[in-house]
Ligand binder design. Structure first.
Ligand code: ZN
Length: 368
């Protein structure tokens, strides 16, 4: 069985407003020639282009999927929010939440982005593919039911989980979010539920501020089924692999999900403009290897990745290619052009040792 790769040209056509990086243009902030928010199509388009250039896409089951239906969206978002979003979209676009700009047709493009996640999850659960990657855009993990934020207009992963549950395809899901920002939307949607385990590894207090604390573990029936692992700025390759090995994999194993979904952001890299971490393409490759080995062990290899952030237009493609190499088991590689620049900078630095101490404390607190 092959690896599914779900993408749709329309997702590259989502518009991002009149910004220069995170700052609205105006006053002393000069418009940029290639302006807009950092969440641009280029990182995603170049990722897909690199798969084509190396030939890896020829080994994947490349496909689109139906857009999410209104019924799919209503399982997560209130009608009032969807109506407001659709009306603005029909009127030519605008900005509906914090850094949530979109152009004409933005609603339909967001529904397509969610639809790709639904398609990827369904294909894995039905056994049509071995595992799957959804190149969703706009991203989804910050989006609350009635409050879009951080480029996220619809909660793609939550929508996919609820669609699969409604279709009777799964009852127990784990979501691992390794985007550099806290997966606060996914957390909020499932915070009081035990049937979806949510785990987020992120840079401490990057975005949103004051969320994603280690102490926030879920509530009510969901008590113990949410886990946040905030890491200090600067943490890199060794720290990420150690966190996975010491905390994330044991927690996922204990939970015994039927499928693992990764909220796959590539913004924890050493070159990303919206994060201050030091992961490399190799880090994502190795974490993919780790989570695949666990999935093989506990849930017949059922693994779905849904694209979230990642804002280096030059580096995201190599991170993504590495993940797909692992998922598909292909021999086609795209060597990391930046590896030589960074490979000697990380081991043994003070912040890496600090993270090891933190991890030991977290393990104690969780009884691992
Ligand atoms: Zn992010």
């Amino acid at each position: 069985m092959r690896t599914g790769f779900f993408w749709d040209e329309s997702c590259f056509w989502h518009g991002g407003g009149n910004y220069a990086s995170m700052m609205p243009v105006g006053g002393l902030v000069q418009p940029m020639v290639n302006g807009g928010l950092p969440e641009s199509p280029e990182s995603k388009r170049r990722f897909k282009n690199l798969l084509d250039m190396t030939g890896l896409s020829g080994e994947l089951a490349m496909q689109s999927a139906d857009a999410a239906s209104t019924q799919d969206l209503l399982r997560v978002h209130p009608k009032s929010y969807l109506d407001q979003f659709k009306a603005m979209s029909d009127a030519g676009g605008g900005e509906i939440g914090l850094r949530c700009s979109f152009g004409p047709g933005g609603y339909e493009i967001a529904a397509q982005s969610s639809g790709l996640a639904i398609g990827a999850l369904n294909a894995v659960l039905k056994g049509d593919v071995r595992n799957a990657y959804s190149l969703s855009r706009p991203p989804g993990h910050h989006c609350m039911p009635d409050e879009p934020m951080g480029f996220c207009l619809l909660a793609n992963i939550a929508i996919a989980v609820e669609a699969a549950r409604a279709a009777g395809l799964t009852k127990r899901v784990a979501v691992l979010d390794w985007d550099v920002h806290h997966g606060n939307g996914t957390e909020a949607i499932f915070y009081d539920r035990a049937d979806v385990l949510t785990v987020s590894i992120h840079q401490e207090n990057n975005f949103p501020v004051d969320t994603g604390r280690f102490e926030d573990r879920g509530q009510g029936a969901g008590e113990g089924f949410n886990l946040n692992i905030p890491l200090p700025a600067g943490a890199g390759h060794a720290s990420y692999l150690e966190v996975m090995e010491a905390i994330v994999l044991p927690r996922l194993r204990a939970y015994q999900p039927e499928v693992i979904i990764v909220a796959c952001g590539f913004d924890a890299t050493i070159i990303d403009p919206l994060g201050r971490m030091s992961a490399t393409a190799e880090t994502f490759k190795r974490m993919t290897h780790q989570v695949m080995a666990l999935a093989d062990d506990i849930c017949d290899g059922r693994l779905v990745m849904v694209h979230e952030g990642g804002y280096s237009e030059v580096y995201v493609p190599f991170c993504g290619h590495g993940v797909l190499e692992q998922m598909s088991g292909s021999n086609i590689t795209a060597p990391d052009p930046m590896a030589a620049l960074y490979e000697k900078r990380q081991p043994g630095q003070a912040h890496q040792r600090f993270v090891s101490g933190e991890i030991a404390q977290m393990r104690d607190a969780l009884g691992l």
